[in-house]
Design a protein. Structure first.
Length: 82
């Protein structure tokens, strides 16, 4: 079974992200749903192969939604502001 960690609205709270690093290390996929998209930049090299991101309403960017194939289903991911 694929395990997915979903983060959203981190708003520069790097301490909160650091606190869940053990979970991020163990999961199969990490989905960051924006606000702030670039909060995951310091972790990009560590998680690049399993990190997926979209921009939120407080971000400047065009990636507002993604569709992720997980096992035999598709998962739609968005920040939700639209």
């Amino acid at each position: 079974m694929t395990t997915i960690a979903v983060l959203s609205d981190t708003h520069r709270n790097y301490g909160a992200i650091e606190a869940i690093v053990p979970i991020l290390d163990e999961c199969d996929m990490i989905v960051h749903l924006g606000d702030h998209y670039d909060d995951m930049d310091p972790f990009y090299s560590r998680y690049r192969s399993k990190l997926y991101r979209v921009h939120g309403n407080c971000d400047y960017g065009q990636t507002k939604e993604i569709i992720l194939p997980v096992e035999q289903i598709l998962i739609f991911a968005t920040h939700g502001d639209l």
